[in-house]
Design a protein around this ligand. Structure first.
Ligand SMILES: [Zn+2]
Ligand SMILES: [Zn+2]
Length: 333
């Protein structure tokens, strides 16, 4: 029989669990009390008794999950869950995204959820929260992943659209519908004032962001554009699921691009037949993962999401106790 773990956050079949507070963080099976870091599908699932979220993340959960029992908290405002003091802190990932800080008897754990350190005009920047144990995501936990300046990438996207215009083609850019599309539209507004056309799945999320006061490039729904319209020179934003679908047939001539951290690897673009790859990610790149772990001051680190081996090895070389949790996260990228 194994000893009872005293860890503040533990891996259970339902997801990350805090025994002292009797709640789960981003659980993947139904539980009574869930603290949700953000609205992506691998973190915010249906079937929880109550959803604790940030105030700014609430409209996103309402969009994705519909009517539920929600408890909204301001960033940094502590609340009690059983014997635990919990607070939510900006993760810089998407609108309303949060890290979860848990304190019990003076010991502090932070579960990062997904996060990034790059500037993003659509959400509050990541806040470094000092802790004893840091549960970090590691979606892009390999040294090859280093992000370029997103403002420069946005200029490349405008240049690509103009290049397509010269060839009589539409420029169809695939972006995740929550977070990435809005961030790209906000960055594009600096470089162009020609509206972008939106696929319906993207338009819904853009509307949620606009209602929250996020300023972005002007947009029009593709559906309201006349059938048989000439889309030459138009920038069209669509979710990755639209690639290869019947929806694409309306564009007689189009180039297809993908905005994702995965585009850092040229083979990914070729394998999926994109004409262009734009490196834009809402996750921390390798240098920012390593920097963030150090800045938290944590003596113990638990990695989740994807590429955990390299980060564990690098941290152990620095004398930090590092291990992995095998989680069900990692869907959106
Ligand atoms: Zn996410
Ligand atoms: Zn995730």
């Amino acid at each position: 029989m194994s000893a009872v773990s005293r860890d503040l956050i533990q891996l259970r079949p339902e997801g990350l669990y805090c025994p002292a507070g009797d709640f789960h963080i981003d659980p993947w099976r139904p539980v009574p009390r869930a603290v949700i870091t953000h609205g992506h599908g691998d973190h915010a699932r249906i079937g929880m008794g109550a959803y604790h979220t940030t105030r700014s993340g609430l409209p996103i959960l309402e969009w994705r999950l519909g009517e539920q029992v929600y408890v909204a908290h301001e960033y940094g405002a502590p609340f009690r869950m059983g014997a635990a003091t919990v607070s939510l802190h900006p993760a810089g990932h998407v609108l309303g995204s949060a890290q979860v800080r848990v304190e019990v008897d003076g010991e502090v754990w932070v579960a990062s959820g997904d996060y990034k350190r790059q500037p993003d005009p659509t959400c509050v920047p990541f806040e470094v929260v000092r802790c004893d144990t840091f549960i970090t995501e590691a979606t892009f936990g390999l040294p090859v992943y280093r992000w370029p300046d997103t403002a420069e990438v946005a200029r490349d996207i405008v240049d690509w659209r103009d290049h397509c215009a010269g060839r009589g083609e539409a420029a169809v850019l695939f972006c995740y519908a929550l977070g990435k599309a809005q961030r790209v539209l906000a960055e594009l507004a600096v470089h162009t004032d020609r509206p972008a056309l939106l696929h319906g799945a993207v338009a819904a999320g853009v509307e949620v962001y606009r209602r929250a006061g996020v300023s972005m490039l002007a947009t029009l729904p593709v559906n309201e554009t006349a059938r048989g319209a000439d889309f030459a020179g138009q920038l069209v934003i669509a979710p990755p699921s639209a690639a290869g679908s019947a929806w694409m047939r309306r564009f007689r001539r189009a180039q297809q691009g993908f905005a994702s951290g995965w585009m850092r690897i040229r083979g990914n673009r070729r394998r999926r037949n994109y004409d262009r790859g734009f490196v834009v990610s809402d996750h921390a790149d390798w240098p920012d993962l390593m920097r963030t772990v150090r800045e938290t001051g944590a003596s113990r680190v638990i990695a989740t999401h994807g590429n955990t081996d390299a980060i564990i090895r690098a941290l152990r070389e620095d004398g930090i106790a590092a291990e992995a949790f095998r989680t069900d996260f990692g869907g959106e990228e």
